[in-house]
Design a binder for this molecule. Structure first.
Ligand SMILES: NC(=O)c1ccc[n+]([C@@H]2O[C@H](COP(=O)([O-])OP(=O)(O)OC[C@H]3O[C@@H](n4cnc5c(N)ncnc54)[C@H](OP(=O)(O)O)[C@@H]3O)[C@@H](O)[C@H]2O)c1
Length: 219
């Protein structure tokens, strides 16, 4: 029987690439908008009831935000919105499914950001939310070892609809590529391969993997 994983946000960007890559798994996918994907359910994880899913052995939580502004223009509402989609949405989904994941010695993968490690202008709100998510992930990894593994993947700028505003001209793409030691921006498959590693390596938990063209660690 194929292992079953839930990919919240598996219809676009990195999540879509995860679903494509993990063809040996049965992927259940949630998103707010309709999709022709098999095993897809329209479900807004911030407000809809979450359905029971049995035999779940993996959870990948993809929803996130990129809300970049100078600090003086960030409102409390901005901080709350970033916290809600990045952290509380993940909390809600994990609280629903952790018992099922525990039964199946499951694995959870969350997405942080390079900007929670390398200070970047205009990233105050998203860095605060993703830093919190990363710390949440490590806490749960400790609390649930040896039953559930929890790992975090930290992308840098990756070509998805979420990042469109930062990459919608050739000039922006080139500038973004040049800021990275590896001189290119990320593609969803680059990040999906790290998700696959987190799901499959059974001696790995509490880790944060930077998939970021060298951005977080190299000058
Ligand atoms: N792309 C980057 O440059 C980058 C950089 C650093 C970190 N990250 C992180 O990597 C993760 C994936 O990013 P991405 O660029 O692939 O994002 P994306 O292209 O915006 O995809 C997000 C997915 O989540 C779904 N979604 C959003 N809100 C939802 C909700 N409330 N309930 C259910 N589904 C929801 C979306 O579908 P619907 O819209 O139909 O709901 C979509 O399938 C995010 O956590 C992001 O913060 C991305």
């Amino acid at each position: 029987m194929k292992k079953k994983i839930l990919v919240v946000g598996g219809t676009k960007g990195i999540g879509e690439s995860v679903v494509d890559l993990l063809s040996e798994y049965e992927c259940v996918v949630f998103s707010r908008n309709e999709s022709a994907l098999e095993n897809h359910l329209v479900c807004d994880v911030l407000k809809d009831d979450l359905p029971d899913i049995d035999n779940l052995s993996g959870l990948v939580y993809c929803p996130g935000s990129i809300n970049l502004k100078p600090f003086h223009r960030l409102s409390e509402e901005d901080f709350l919105q970033d916290f809600q989609i990045n952290v509380l949405g993940a909390v809600r989904v994990i609280q629903k499914y952790f018992r099922e994941l525990k039964r199946n010695k499951g694995s959870i993968v969350l997405f942080g950001t390079v900007a929670a490690h390398q200070g970047m202008s205009f990233h105050a709100s998203i860095a605060a939310a993703k830093g919190g998510l990363e710390a949440l992930g490590r806490s749960l990894a400790a609390e649930w070892a040896p039953h559930i593994r929890v790992n975090i993947v930290n992308p840098s700028l990756t070509e998805t609809s979420l990042a469109d505003g930062l990459l919608n001209t050739d000039q922006k793409k080139e500038n973004a590529a040049l800021r990275h030691p590896l001189k290119k921006i990320g593609q969803p498959i680059d990040i999906a391969k790290a998700v696959q590693l987190c799901l499959e390596n059974e001696w790995m938990t509490g880790q944060t993997i930077g998939v970021d063209g060298g951005m977080s660690t190299l000058k």
